[in-house]
Design a protein around this ligand. Structure first.
Ligand SMILES: Cc1ncc(COP(=O)(O)O)c(C=O)c1O
Length: 373
């Protein structure tokens, strides 16, 4: 029988279904200011899980990023350093404020921002750095935080793919002044669409609560510019019960990643993902690099895997600085981010979610080995 191995597979059980049905029965689908009972419950549980003092739910990861930048008062004339090797929302949220996204290069082993490249991009206009924890592995947050401290600028972590990831014993979501998460359907835990910002500052949390509902103050009129970034009660109910499962989902991903590594480590041309000492990977995706590979060879390999019923996928091609909008608007050019462009040409992601069995993993490895030979 033909295999059909998906790259993402949400784990939705009875508890989530009952909670969502309960919200539907109560007809409290959303709260006027976005602070309904389930939203609060999810926020409190999420902050506790991450180890941050506050969490503020949002309608998406992109909304979380945009709201954080609004809070930091980033706007026209400002620059924000972001990776180009990431989903487009990071740069997009910056562009939406009128500020300029400035792209820094990545470390070719971790695919996360290289602190040296970040340092080179700092100017007197830099207001913030957004390190993205790509594929579930955290960026070098101590070095990035040092740079930010020295230049007195914000750090906004993007941890949309890194729920539960750790660096030096601290979880993603606790290193930045603010940290953003996504719960879209491709995330380790999902609310369909959804997001969260974590922070240790109460004034930031209160400001974010206002930004997510049109900048309203206590009397319901706009005291600042905001948006409608509220999370629904349905999403929060789903999220609350998803969060209870997160440790179990992360364990399954870790086990699957270990199995894939043991099955693939003898394939000389493949650079496998690593979990460096002092890091805890969330294994949102198992991303490999075809060393020395030309883009066509990598693309063909992924097509053949897809034809064998394995949903492998290429992230991120083109990298953001080479996408038409960013080239037009900011004049960014190819050959300006060497590691980012190498990664964009050579990597592809394999599934390692909790829904896979040992047979699936063996099948993936066997097909891949055959294709690379
Ligand atoms: C790096 C990065 N930024 C932003 C997002 C956007 O999140 P959302 O789809 O919730 O807006 C994602 C989603 O996966 C992401 O991976």
């Amino acid at each position: 029988m033909r295999k059909n191995i998906q790259l993402f597979q949400p784990s939705i059980g009875r508890e989530e279904m009952e909670a969502v049905m309960g919200v539907l029965r109560d007809k409290t689908l959303t709260d006027e200011v976005g602070s309904g009972a389930y939203v609060k419950k999810f926020e409190e549980a999420y902050a506790r899980y991450v180890g941050a003092k506050y969490a503020v739910a949002m309608s998406s990861g992109t909304a979380a990023l945009h709201a954080s930048l609004l809070l930091a008062d980033v706007g026209p004339g400002d620059e924000v350093i972001v990776p180009s090797f990431a989903q487009t929302s990071t740069a997009e949220a910056v562009a939406l404020t009128g500020a300029k996204p400035v792209f820094a290069d990545i470390n070719i082993k971790t695919y996360c921002l290289d602190p040296k490249s970040v340092e080179e991009k700092i100017t007197s206009k830099t207001r913030a750095i957004i390190p993205v924890h790509v594929f579930g592995l955290m960026a070098e947050m101590d070095a990035i935080r040092e740079i930010a401290k020295e230049h007195d600028i914000y750090v906004i972590e993007y941890a949309g793919q890194a729920h539960g990831a750790e660096f030096k014993g601290q979880k993603a979501g606790t290193y930045g002044d603010l940290a953003c998460f996504s719960f879209n359907a491709l995330s380790i835990i999902t609310t369909g669409e959804g997001g969260m910002v974590t922070t240790n500052r109460r004034d930031y949390a209160e400001e974010l609560q206002s930004i997510r509902v049109h900048g309203f103050g206590r009397y319901g009129s706009s005291e600042r510019l905001g948006h409608n970034y509220k999370m629904t009660e349905i999403a929060a109910a789903l999220g609350y019960y998803q969060l209870q499962k997160l440790p179990r989902l992360l364990e399954a991903r870790r086990r699957n990643a270990q199995i894939l590594t043991s099955l693939l480590e003898s394939v000389g041309r493949l650079e496998l993902p690593e979990e460096p000492p002092e890091y805890k990977h969330a294994w949102s995706l198992y991303t490999v690099r075809l060393r020395g590979g030309k883009v066509g060879e990598r693309n063909k390999l992924v097509m053949k895997l897809n034809a064998s019923g394995i949903q492998a996928k290429i992230y991120y091609q083109p990298p953001i600085h080479m996408a038409p909008y960013y080239r037009r608007k900011y004049g960014t050019r190819p050959r300006s981010q060497p590691n980012t462009e190498t990664a964009a040409r050579q990597v592809f992601s394999l599934p390692c979610h909790q829904g896979l069995g040992e047979e699936d993993l063996k099948y993936i490895a066997q097909k891949l080995r055959k294709l690379i030979k």
